[in-house]
Design a protein around this ligand. Structure first.
Ligand SMILES: [Zn+2]
Length: 160
């Protein structure tokens, strides 16, 4: 695959301190600063600022846990409820044709933060497969993150 210049990734690497876990630090910021869409009791929903596609969300527990088997029943039950709600809202806002949903567990599987699990939800559109790999470094994003956040945030403020 051809590598495109990705300045946001360079910035990302420079700004992340070695032992910092963004899934522990982001919830301490304001919603708009961290692109947090929703805060549940055990998990939060955050926009991926280095998305593989427009509307790429992540659901993470507040607890720093490295693998799903360490989640409590309350944590994984709520995580799945938030997954359902995220898919519902993404369908309303972005009208995708499908989704990729999943965890990368361990560095070998592609986890950027292997110590803290996060469930990826990636909207997919017919025709995007030719140039938008789900696993890979290069992507073309058609909708900016600010626009995506403004579009999605009100949907997550509705009563679920
Ligand atoms: Zn963490």
């Amino acid at each position: 695959m051809r590598k495109l210049w990705a300045p946001w990734r360079a910035k990302f690497i420079l700004h992340v301190k070695k032992d910092e876990c963004i899934f522990c630090t982001k919830p301490k910021e304001r919603d708009e600063e961290a692109y947090i869409l929703y805060r549940g009791k055990y998990n939060f929903i955050i926009l991926n600022i280095f998305p593989y596609n427009s509307g790429h969300l992540m659901i993470a527990p507040y607890a720093h846990k490295s693998s799903p088997e360490y989640l409590t029943k309350e944590e994984y039950t709520e995580m799945f409820e938030l997954l359902q709600w995220s898919i519902e809202n993404l369908r309303l806002a972005l009208k995708p044709d499908g989704f990729n949903v999943g965890f990368n567990i361990g560095r070998v599987a592609g986890a950027g933060y292997e110590g803290h699990i996060h469930l990826h939800i990636v909207p997919r559109w017919n025709g995007d497969t030719n140039f938008m790999p789900v696993i890979g470094d290069t992507k073309v994003i058609s909708v900016g993150i600010e626009d995506t956040y403004r579009l999605l945030k009100p949907l997550f403020e509705r009563e679920s």
